[in-house]
Write a protein that binds this ligand. Structure first.
Ligand code: UT7
Length: 332
């Protein structure tokens, strides 16, 4: 048995923040943001709305899309949990009425969803459960200094969820093979320096309490790592670049998507572009892109997934698109 995709759903905060909104309060322009990143709009939570609120909404839609109301495991991939302790997943499971199932978080930043797919697949293969709800959910607006123009224009909040069931590799929706990697020597490329156990109790107004990213170095590392990971999965799946109908890469920057596609020989129009509407939603970006672009995917289409994020971490995986009802994305 292995993991098979059975349902998808997404959730975005109702409040959309356009490039024009950012122009009004930051030293930036719509032209800079669009030309450097491809982003036009992102959504942000209002105070009082937490990552779990988006995760619950996305999870509910994924369960409905799959036509199920029970699962055996709940996994939430996030680096913006509701609390430093405990994990967000048990609360999400309880609020979805899923009972006392095992529930835990994965922290692999923007690669969290791909890490979660591998974890879900392993749990299904091991017989721990037959059905897993995996949710990628992040509220980076709670981590990024609103005055930091470099990062405030890039990130958006959101959640995307999938239901994975036990099946065989002949099934539509079958996932895998996968590859994952990390390089902790590059830890400082993407991080929130303070507020963890190394530097607890920091004044929230200190710069070290906010998210920081070395954009150019991350850009280069992201292209290289995602291209390598994709090549590895193409090799192990036996797919050629021409076989790939949709490249669903982590939605960080349109130029990154174009460069990864070019590096692995996938036609640029096959690279799914969702970041123009939602920005970089970290762990939510791949499942949200799947939910938003499902209408362009036909049963049996070959989908190559890949992500890169803080840690640094990266991964890729193969997916044969299932025969799904059209997934929904709700506003919270
Ligand atoms: O999700 C995890 C993975 N994350 C990523 O993959 C992100 C990867 N990195 C990127 O996407 C890009 O590096 C950024 C979009 C973050 C930045 O684009 P860039 O082309 O690498 O710009 P830069 O950081 O090299 O900055 C170029 C210039 C600088 O000005 P000077 O030094 O040339 O005078 C920045 O100060 O652009 C300036 N700049 C801005 N200007 C207007 C930086 N942010 C802005 C802004 N508006 N928002």
């Amino acid at each position: 048995m292995l993991a098979v995709l059975r349902g998808v759903g997404g959730a975005l905060p109702a409040r959309a923040v356009t490039n024009e909104d950012l122009e009004a309060r930051l030293d930036t322009t719509d032209e800079w943001i669009r030309s450097r990143t491809g982003i036009g709009t992102r959504h942000q939570v209002d105070p009082g709305t937490a990552t779990s609120d988006l995760a619950v909404a996305a999870g509910r839609l994924a369960l409905e899309n799959a036509g199920v109301d029970t699962v055996d495991v709940v996994i939430v991939a996030t680096s913006t949990p509701d609390h430093r302790c405990p994990a967000t997943a048990p609360d999400v499971a309880a609020r979805l009425g899923l009972g006392t199932v095992p529930a835990f978080d994965i922290a692999a930043v923007c690669s969290g969803f791909v890490y979660g797919l591998v974890q879900a697949d392993a749990l299904i293969r091991a017989g721990v459960g037959e059905r897993v709800l995996l949710i990628g959910a992040d509220t980076f607006s709670t981590l990024v200094d609103p005055a930091d123009r470099a990062n405030a224009v890039i990130f958006g909040d959101g959640a995307g969820a999938v239901v994975l069931g036990a099946g065989t590799d002949d099934d539509l929706g079958a996932l895998g093979p996968f590859t994952l990697g990390s390089d902790g020597t590059a830890l400082d490329l993407i991080r929130v320096e303070a507020g963890g156990s190394r530097r607890p109790g920091v004044d929230p107004e200190e710069p070290s309490a906010w998210f920081s990213m070395q954009g150019r170095a991350v850009f280069a590392a992201a292209v290289a790592a995602m291209a390598d990971a994709c090549r590895s999965v193409l090799g192990s799946s036996g797919w050629t670049a021409d076989d790939v109908d949709h490249l669903v890469a982590h939605q960080a920057n349109r130029r990154i998507l174009t460069m990864v596609a070019a590096a692995i020989g996938v036609a640029p129009e096959r690279a799914v572009l969702h970041l123009d509407r939602v920005g970089n939603t970290s762990a939510a970006s791949i499942p949200l892109a799947l939910a938003a672009h499902a209408s362009e995917m036909r049963p049996g289409d070959r989908v190559l997934l890949t992500a890169f994020g803080g840690g640094t971490t990266w991964g890729a995986g193969a997916l044969t698109w299932p025969d799904l009802d059209r997934p929904a994305i709700t506003l919270v």
